[in-house]
Write a protein that binds this ligand. Structure first.
Ligand code: DHB
Ligand code: FE
Length: 284
């Protein structure tokens, strides 16, 4: 068998299994064991499914197709992908509704903690011949009173110019386009990277099967993922998008907000583009 070494040979099953393993390592917990709460939430979900069956007069063929599909989501390891695309945006809305600072949005399935740390100004780890338009992403991290948060931590990860994430597609260096950048004493950060490509969620697994069967599309607009934090302040998980992206108004994951759209300008030295975006963190 040919060895899988190229990112373009990524499969839904492989990236899905990886996302599932990662989730188990980092986040799986038995949160909310309160019986009343479990009863309430589980009853509502089950009722929503039953209401759909009754109101839509779902047939046995459709019920069996649903059952087969649910089994395949698990086999492909695609529960993290499915949930982060179709459900996480509502969880994020609830979680961040009281914030006054920068807008958050979904984390998605491809965060990896502890990316190599660098002081600002930084260049993200990338291949020598990394394809794509160079992008200088810079800004300032402040509190709600516009005071700089010295040494704030900016974690950033994003897809490459073909839409693939390191550690989830084969053949990419471990930390490609992933980094932890420490802002300077004035809360300023500057990060050299490349512009990510629009990202298509894997189309060859269970989620892709649903998308094709329903006549949807699989695209997310190009995006930078970020986690920004500072001592005494709430960490914000967010994404930033690009003005003019064909999918910015039509994200399969419903994660775009108008405040999160960047409009980079050509750099004076002609070397790619640059954009400034400031983060405002809420107190803990
Ligand atoms: C998915 C991928 C992403 O890059 C993202 O930001 C959100 C969701 C996904 O494949 O489910
Ligand atoms: Fe993403």
């Amino acid at each position: 068998m040919k060895e899988m070494t190229q990112e373009t040979e990524a499969t839904a099953a492989a990236s899905g299994q990886r996302a599932t393993e990662r989730f188990r390592e980092q986040k799986a917990s038995a949160a909310g064991t309160d019986k009343e709460r479990v009863n309430r939430l589980a009853s509502r979900v089950v009722k929503a499914i039953n209401d759909t069956v009754l109101e839509e007069k779902v047939t046995y063929d459709e019920y069996n197709a649903f059952k087969a599909w649910l089994i395949k989501v698990g086999e492909d390891g695609e529960w993290p992908l499915f949930l982060d695309v179709w459900v996480e945006h509502s969880v994020e809305q609830v979680a961040n509704e009281d914030r006054h600072g920068s807008k958050g949005t979904i984390e998605g399935p491809y965060y990896v903690p502890d990316a190599p740390e660098q002081q600002s100004p930084a260049t993200l780890p990338m291949r020598e011949d990394e394809p794509g338009t160079p992008l200088l992403f810079q800004g300032r991290v402040t509190n709600l009173e516009d005071q700089p948060l010295a040494g704030a931590k900016v974690e950033i990860w994003h897809a490459d110019d073909l839409g693939f994430y390191s550690q989830y597609a084969p053949g990419l260096p471990e930390w490609n386009l992933r980094g932890t950048v420490i802002a300077d004493a004035d809360g300023n950060f500057a990060i050299n990277t490349i512009q990510p490509a629009p990202y298509q969620i894997p189309t060859d697994g269970a989620c892709g099967q649903l998308i094709a069967a329903a006549g949807w599309h699989a695209w997310r607009p190009a995006h930078l993922h970020l986690k920004v934090s500072a001592p005494g302040h709430q960490l914000i998980t967010t994404q930033l998008y690009f003005q003019g992206d064909p999918h910015v108004g039509d994200d399969i994951a419903s994660a775009v907000k108008p405040e999160l759209i960047l409009d980079p300008a050509p750099r004076a030295d002609g070397n790619g583009r640059e954009v400034t975006y400031d983060f405002v963190l809420d107190p803990e």
